[in-house]
Design a protein around this ligand. Structure first.
Ligand SMILES: [Zn+2]
Length: 79
């Protein structure tokens, strides 16, 4: 799959991207990243809830997404 290979590292806009797979269990997480980012950032949804709804239930995968966010208020008290 050439397309998947290309998406590792940078996407077509040159934006830095999240790793395609969870380092720990190998689950593909790149496909939920855009939605996760949009919902937590633009719609101010609870990151934990968004991850649940996206099917990211393992702690190792959640950690990949949670620690990747550039804004630290993912851990803010208004959850
Ligand atoms: Zn994982």
């Amino acid at each position: 799959m050439a397309e998947e290979r290309e998406s590792e590292g940078r996407n077509h806009t040159g934006e830095k991207m999240i790793p395609v797979r969870c380092f720990t269990c190998g689950k593909v997480i790149s496909n939920v990243w855009d939605e996760y980012k949009r919902r937590t950032k633009e719609e101010k949804e609870n990151p934990g809830k968004v991850l649940d709804e996206l099917g990211i239930t393992r702690y190792c995968c959640r950690r990949m997404l949670l620690t990747h966010v550039e804004f630290v208020d993912a851990l803010s008290p208004y959850q």
